[in-house]
Structure formats: structure tokens, C-alpha cells
Design a protein. Structure first.
Length: 646
């Protein structure tokens, strides 16, 4: 680490900027959420795809400061891209083209000896520093103690204890940010050589009468079960099974209510908009199409609620530990599991999470598997198709069949992701000596309500933003493709269609639309899977966003039967080809569709992020091609298997 003579000088009237620095699981996210609430925004650092979180904190005098949550790091000697970002930002003293006015270093009181090494490095920098000491309640509960004032005297910087749920520590920190000039500075920085830092840390702890915490007996007892090679794995799978049962059973009533609302709004639009094309645009595209995707908002909220509960309780760290053995079989490590787990929300943060992997070869292998993890964008498609395939009251003993199938799809995606990573690791080759995998095992604790609320809100907000932007735009374009070219009365007469029969007219227009032509043009590719042209159009449109598949079918169903679009989908028949008159959504076709969506890489944003992470189009193109081919093959096999069972 190099040391600057003077910190960067602030120019202009921009609000003061502070950076949160600390190791993973030191409580940075909880503190960041407490300080910024919902006034946070996310982005990327210039030139890299490392996530950047910053927000505003309002001071007592109604002015505000900007707070940036830097990626977690154990030291300023970087081993991975995200740790490199922390080192670069702190050494430059600027972030977002604005100078840093102060650093807020978070130290875990239960791991204070190790945490002081990071503080020693940060104190080599010229910035004002305040230390937030977290988990002091946990320290006391486990029989440890420390003199906070003595810590401040020994290190030369102020220590502020902050306990989750106690506003007094946050208020003290907020007050101190209003007067950075008063932050104390050490007369001399700590030593820089490792042995000197160790001696310095021992001296500081002795001065502060630090008594290390005893082992957490409660956590140890629970870990004895949850980390057991056999029982821990069984509990993990049971937990995941219950996870998906809740998503179906709890969300169903809310989903029905939203469906009823949008059906009513569609009827109002048809009855009150006199212009035929505008009525169709509002009712069939916006309300039936976009509304058909918004119906799945409860499932999205529940998904992230459950993930946040598992993470906040400390269980996900245990899951990563359990899966480290499995990742080792694939030639990877536990960090790769963390990246794959992140992909359950979206492949993009999952791919970005590969930055924590020190090996470039490991990063590429994990990226090749990450899009196969079942992301939240697949959830609306799965819920729609499973609902068509399996009755809601069908059960396998105590388990609902719908939740069991959903769990099976997630499990299939996870297994396929690890097999893919293993395959590419074999092709790319091993990267030499493996580096140790460090992950904090936090004590079990009740998740923070505010942290969970922010996580769920962020997920729902991102989903709504996607629905009202790319999905809405794609849906409107699809509406045009499904309704043009316009048909005259003469065209209808030649086809034997009564122009007064609106449903028959719409069905005729859609069946002879530009979209129908596109869907039929690619039929030779998808016909072996049992897809008709309408499914083909949905599959092609889902390249913009997987959820558009649902809105495409919603538009078609609403046009064919505006009073009961669900029944229209269920009873939809082939309009041409060898299977004319037969039902489209047979069990074998639905199974093929489900498996197709497990494997197909239908997300241009994911390809773009993969391009930025790897610095070349080579790997995104390989991923798109191999996943597309795998999707077709596995869907064809699924159709054969289910068709043979029928």
C-alpha cells in the first residue's frame, strides 16, 4: 500500500462522501441500510462490472451526505477484482469522480484480533477515519469484553459501538459525519510489516482489556446438525422443498386477485374505448400482456423474502460450506457456489459475483454455468406452465405436486450449472495451486426486518422497472406484429368470417399476422418439440426478456377469449400442420417447454455482462450456442419421455 501525502481536495458544493470499509459479514449492509434506507442506488464502477452501492443519509440539520458501501475485503492486498476495486478507490481517494471525505471502517468485535489487521492498513491512508464496532452484543453474550474508549486511545481513532436495532450508535455516527474535521488522528500510523502489525494488534487488545468471546454453544449445537455431511444435506434439500411449496401456496390467492383485477380492467377498456385498434392495444397488449407478467409479482416478492430470511439468519453461509464439497468435485471452490447462488436472483449479479474468484479460469468456468441456475425471470414462465400441467390440488403425500415440480426444475438447473462448470473447467484446464476459501460463519440470529424489507423492495422495484420498460416495449411491438397487416371486410368474407364476430375476427387477424409468418418460418426447428407458431413467437420474443413469453401468450389468449384467457390457453389448438385441431399444450409439450426454459440462454443483458467480464465476445457466443443446442436436445428428450408415459 502506498501512502499519499494529502487527501484529494473537494471542489464545488457536492455533499461530503464517506465510504464503508470492512470484511464480509462485518455488518456493512445492515449499517448501510440503516443510514440510507430506501435512498440508495446501484451501478458499476467505471471500467469494471463490480457492483457499486451508494445512498444519501440525512443529517440532523437536514443536509445530507453520500455513503458508499465498498465491496467486502479482508485486506487491502487484493486477490480478486472486487478487492482490487477497494484498494484502487482507497488509494486514489476518489470514487465517482468525487473525493472521499472520510472512511468508516467496520470491525467485528467477535473477530477483533483479525479485524485490526485491516484497520492497520487503512490507517496508512491520509483520510479521516472513524471505526464502527459491530456485534458488541454478540461479544458480551459469548462472555467476551472490550473497553471501547481504550481502543480509541490505543489506535488514535474514534470507536463507535453500533448494535443492530439500537438507534443510539447510528445517531452517534450520524452526528460525527457532520463534523469530519473533529475526527481524531493517530500521531503515528501502525507498522506495515506483518510481524509488526501482529505485535501492534496484541498491544491494542491488551490496552483495551480485550477478552476473546467463548465459542457460541448454541451455534455449535445447531451446526452439529446443519453441517453434518448427511443430515445437513438432507435438511438443505427439505428446506429448499419447503421454499417452493411456500411460493406456490402463499402466492396463489394474491395472484388470483391480481388476475381478476386485470381481467376487469381489460373488460372496462374494451367497453369504453371506441377506437378498435386503441382498445385492442390497451386491453390485449398492456393489460393482458404486461398485466399477465405483473400477476407474478407476489411470487417474486416471496422468492426474495425467503432468500433474505435464509441469508439474514446465517443459514446461507452454511449452505455454501455444504456445497463446497460439491463444487470441489466440479473442480471449483465454495466461492463459485456463492456466485451460482446469486444467479437464483439473476444471472447478471451471479456472473459479477465471479469477481471474488482469484483464478480467471475459474471465473470463466463459473460464468458458463451461472445462466443455467434458475433465475427469477424464469419464475413466471414456470408458474404459468406448471399451472397448466398440474392441478393445484394434486399432492405427493404431504407435498403439493406443483411445488415439487418447481423444486425439481430448480434442482435440474443447479445440477446442470455445476456439470457445465465442470466441463468447461476440464476444457480450460486447472489453474495451478488452489487458494484457500474463506467464508464467515456468523452466529445464528434473527434477520433484521429493515434489511429484509429493503431486499424485497429492491427486487420488486427491479421487476416492476423491467415490466414497465423492456417488457412493455417488447409487448407493444409484439401487439403490432400480431395485428398487422390489417384485414379488410373483403378478406374476412373470403375467409368466411362474420365481421360482427369480434373474437373470430381477432383470431383470423392473429393467425394471418406478421408474427404468425415469423412463427411458421421457424416451425421446422421447433416442430419436433411440439411447439406451434404461437409458442415459437413467444420463444423468440423471450430473447428480450424471458417474461415476454408469458405476455405473448397472454395477448394471444386474451384476443381469442377475452372473458377467460386461461381457458383459451388450455384449450388452444394447432391451426395448421400435421397436428391441426389437436391441443397445443399437451403434457409432453408443456414438459418440453419447461425443460427448454431451464437450459436456453434467453437474456441479452446476460450476454452483454459476460462480454464485459471476459473482455471478448468469444465466451458469450459459446454460451449462447451451447445452451441453445442443449435446450433443444433436452426439450426433445423430455417430450419423448412424457409422451411415452401418457
Amino acid at each position: 500500500m502506498s501512502c499519499h501525502a494529502e487527501p484529494p481536495i473537494r471542489v464545488g458544493t457536492a455533499p461530503p462522501r464517506f465510504a464503508l470499509v470492512g470484511s464480509p459479514n462485518a455488518g456493512k449492509t445492515t449499517l448501510f441500510n440503516s443510514l440510507t434506507g430506501l435512498r440508495a442506488k446501484t451501478g458499476n464502477y467505471p471500467g469494471v462490472t463490480v457492483a457499486r452501492y451508494e445512498g444519501r443519509h440525512i443529517l440532523d440539520d437536514d443536509s445530507h451526505v453520500t455513503i458508499e458501501d465498498l465491496p467486502g475485503t479482508y485486506s487491502l492486498d487484493p486477490m480478486s477484482p472486487d478487492e482490487q476495486v477497494v484498494a484502487t478507490v482507497l488509494e486514489a481517494g476518489t470514487s465517482g469522480d468525487e473525493p472521499l471525505d472520510g472512511l468508516i471502517v467496520l470491525l467485528d468485535a467477535t473477530n477483533l484480533r483479525r479485524s485490526l489487521g485491516l484497520l492497520a492498513q487503512v490507517q496508512q491512508l491520509p483520510h479521516p477515519i472513524t471505526v464502527v464496532l459491530t456485534f458488541t452484543d454478540e461479544l458480551a453474550r459469548r462472555g467476551g469484553s472490550v473497553d471501547v474508549l481504550a481502543l480509541s486511545r490505543a489506535t488514535g481513532v474514534r470507536f463507535i459501538p453500533v448494535i443492530a436495532g439500537d438507534k443510539r450508535g447510528v445517531a452517534s455516527l450520524s452526528e460525527s459525519m457532520g463534523d469530519v474535521a473533529s475526527w481524531p488522528k493517530p500521531m503515528l500510523p501502525p507498522p506495515t510489516d506483518p510481524s509488526g502489525v501482529a505485535d501492534w494488534a496484541t498491544s491494542v487488545l491488551d490496552s483495551a482489556s480485550f477478552r476473546a468471546p467463548g465459542s457460541d454453544k448454541r451455534t455449535s449445537r445447531i451446526d452439529g446438525v446443519l453441517l453434518h455431511p448427511v443430515w445437513g444435506t438432507v435438511i438443505f434439500f427439505v428446506t429448499m422443498m419447503a421454499f417452493f411449496q411456500v411460493i406456490f401456496s402463499v402466492a396463489a390467492p394474491m395472484q388470483d386477485g391480481i388476475e381478476t383485477l386485470f381481467a376487469w380492467l381489460g373488460g372496462v377498456a374494451r367497453a369504453n374505448i371506441p377506437v378498435a385498434w386503441l382498445s385492442s392495444l390497451v386491453a390485449d397488449a398492456l393489460l393482458a400482456g404486461v398485466g399477465g407478467v405483473l400477476v407474478f409479482l407476489p411470487q417474486i416478492a416471496l422468492l426474495f423474502l425467503l432468500i433474505s430470511l435464509l441469508e439474514g439468519s446465517g443459514y446461507l453461509s452454511r449452505a455454501a460450506f455444504l456445497m463446497d464439497r460439491v463444487m470441489g468435485w466440479a473442480g471449483l471452490e465454495g466461492r463459485a457456489f456463492v456466485a451460482l447462488l446469486s444467479s437464483m436472483a439473476c444471472a447478471i449479479p451471479g456472473i459479477m459475483a465471479t469477481r471474488t474468484l482469484p483464478s480467471a479460469k475459474d471465473r470463466i468456468a463459473t460464468m458458463m454455468g451461472a445462466p443455467l441456475m434458475t433465475c427469477s425471470a424464469r419464475l413466471p414462465v414456470y408458474v404459468l406452465l406448471i399451472g397448466m400441467l398440474v392441478p393445484g390440488d394434486l399432492r405427493f403425500g404431504p407435498l403439493g405436486a406443483q411445488g415439487a415440480i418447481m423444486f425439481g426444475l430448480y434442482l435440474l438447473g443447479a445440477i446442470s450449472a455445476m456439470l457445465s462448470a465442470w466441463f468447461f473447467k476440464k476444457i480450460i484446464g486447472r489453474s495451478g495451486v488452489g487458494l484457500p476459501f474463506y467464508m464467515e460463519m456468523p452466529s445464528y440470529r434473527l434477520p433484521r426486518g429493515r434489511t429484509i424489507a429493503v431486499s424485497v423492495w429492491d427486487a420488486c422495484k427491479a421487476f416492476l422497472k423491467k415490466v414497465t420498460s423492456i417488457i412493455m416495449l417488447t409487448t407493444i411491438i409484439l401487439w403490432g406484429l400480431l395485428n398487422f397487416p390489417l384485414r379488410s371486410d373483403a378478406d374476412l368474407q373470403r375467409a368466411g368470417i362474420d365481421s360482427r364476430d369480434e373474437v373470430a375476427v381477432k383470431a383470423f387477424v392473429i393467425d394471418n399476422s406478421i408474427a404468425a409468418g415469423i412463427g411458421r418460418a421457424v416451425s421446422p426447428v421447433f416442430e419436433p418439440l411440439g411447439f406451434d407458431w404461437r409458442i415459437n413467437v413467444g420463444v423468440l420474443s423471450s430473447l428480450a426478456a424471458r417474461e415476454v413469453f408469458v405476455s405473448t401468450l397472454g395477448q394471444v389468449a386474451a384476443a381469442e377469449d377475452p372473458d377467460d384467457p386461461v381457458a383459451a390457453l388450455t384449450n388452444m389448438t394447432h391451426t395448421d400442420g400435421a397436428h391441426v385441431g389437436e391441443k397445443v399444450f399437451t403434457p409432453s409439450t408443456v414438459a418440453a417447454l419447461l425443460v427448454f426454459f431451464v437450459y436456453a440462454l434467453q437474456c441479452m443483458s446476460t450476454l452483454g455482462v459476460m462480454r464485459r467480464e471476459t473482455g471478448t465476445w468469444k465466451w458469450p457466443v459459446i454460451a449462447f450456442v451451447y445452451m441453445g443446442g442443449l435446450a433443444w436436445l433436452m426439450a426433445w428428450l423430455a417430450k419423448l419421455v412424457v409422451g411415452g408415459m401418457a
